[in-house]
Design a protein around this ligand. Structure first.
Ligand code: SF4
Ligand code: SF4
Length: 383
């Protein structure tokens, strides 16, 4: 596994990391197994703070704390709130320090709150003085000019942001500024929520000026595929692969939501949250990539099985409440065919909900606790 220096942090990170968004769907035992296998494969960057991901990460990092680079996040915008979250993370991970603590900075007004007097940046700077946090990060997934602006403050060591074959705006909007300040570059959504095959997506990214990439993984097979994609003699893409990259870019350009959600939300009289419906709902993405049988047979955590039917029923109700007024499509800067995408989902939700009803998981797993409650119990109170 190749290692790169994470910008000015001097931390050495494996080119492949593990994102936490999908390991959250596994029970603790299987999650620990996945992180352990990742460790054995040379992976040392773990992106945390999703559901009970800390419980899965902590027995692994205990084996050699200094080897691992763990990042956690908060959306808190006050100093007090950020400090509280840092203490929670330390407790959940059973560690003395966090390598990188990211402030979620999706919009300019949120960044301003982080940076204002009494804002979360003050809290993180205090935690850094206390040794609880080693490096400060910003996390963003829509308007990347927010992260670029944050970097200009000189206080930011690392950024985590989307970059993939389809979404390349970071190459112009963010990476040059980050390079100027020697800021660490961690990529999220490298396979664009499962829409691009890892064998192509990951080597393409390895050729970009980034330090690590953290795809979501929900099985050992996923992990092995990702590792295999980066363990090749020659990372440069062949002409055939370049052609395939271009094919995916063109094919997915008008299907890929850029999560600039305030634009379409403001246009929708029904108040529908379009990006989670069409792009970044972990349950739906899991279904989309595994298919019906794959989803039903995947070793999901009991709480996922309990929640699946109601989750998809809620989504279906939202899709059905769309009046097909077309206002969201008029404002979408990327010309996404949102209403057609809804039609596809209306069709594929019905068989899944029917199959989930037949399995009766909601009743069978009714006592399965959410990961947040499991964390609370395991850490003696921290949420
Ligand atoms: S649907 Fe279009 S406007 Fe809405 S968040 Fe996605 S890309 Fe942006
Ligand atoms: S088409 Fe549907 S999602 Fe789009 S603005 Fe109209 S009601 Fe909202």
């Amino acid at each position: 596994m190749e290692y790169r220096r994470l910008g000015r942090t001097e931390l050495q990170v494996s080119l492949l990391g593990v994102g936490g968004g999908y390991t959250m769907l596994l029970d603790v035992e299987r999650g620990v197994e996945l992180y352990q296998r990742a460790y054995e494969q040379g992976v040392n960057y773990f992106d945390g703070r999703y559901g009970d991901s800390s419980l899965k990460i902590r027995p692994i990092i205990k084996q050699d704390r200094g080897h691992f680079v763990v990042g956690t996040k908060t959306a808190e915008t006050t100093a007090e709130g950020a400090l509280h979250r840092i203490d929670e993370d330390l407790k959940e991970l059973d560690t003395d320090y966090l390598d990188v603590f990211y402030l979620r900075s999706y919009y300019h007004d949120v960044l301003e709150k982080h940076l204002a007097p009494g804002g979360s940046m003050e809290g993180v700077l205090k935690a850094r003085k206390q040794g609880k946090v080693h490096f400060i990060g910003l996390s963003g997934h829509g308007d990347l000019s927010v992260l670029a602006k944050g970097i200009e403050t000189g206080q930011v060591d690392v950024v985590i942001f989307p970059l993939n074959i389809v979404r390349r705006e970071a190459l112009q909007q963010l990476i040059p500024v980050a390079q100027e300040h020697d800021v660490g570059l961690v990529v999220m959504k490298p396979v664009s929520v499962g829409m691009i095959p890892a064998r192509l997506a990951l080597p393409w990214l390895a050729n970009q000026p980034i330090h690590t990439m953290a795809p979501g993984m929900s099985s050992l097979e996923h992990l092995e595929m990702d590792v295999a994609a980066l363990e090749r003699d020659r990372m440069a893409l062949s002409p055939e692969e370049e052609a395939e990259v271009e094919h995916y870019r063109q094919e997915l350009d008008r299907e890929t939501c850029r999560i600039c959600d305030r634009i379409c939300k403001a246009a929708c009289d029904e108040g529908l949250m379009i990006p989670p419906l069409i792009h970044h709902d972990v349950f739906y993405n899991q279904y989309r990539s595994l298919g019906l049988e794959g989803f039903l047979n995947h070793p999901h955590a009991p709480w996922v099985k309990r929640a699946a039917e109601s989750h998809f029923a809620r989504r279906l109700a939202m899709l059905q409440s769309c009046t097909r007024c077309g206002k969201c499509e008029e404002v979408c800067p990327h010309d996404l065919p949102i209403m057609d995408m809804f039609e596809v989902m209306l069709e594929d939700h019905l068989p899944l909900i029917e199959a989930l009803k037949k399995r009766d998981w909601a009743a069978k797993y009714k006592d399965a606790k959410s990961p947040y409650l499991q964390i609370s119990r395991a850490t003696g109170g921290a949420k």
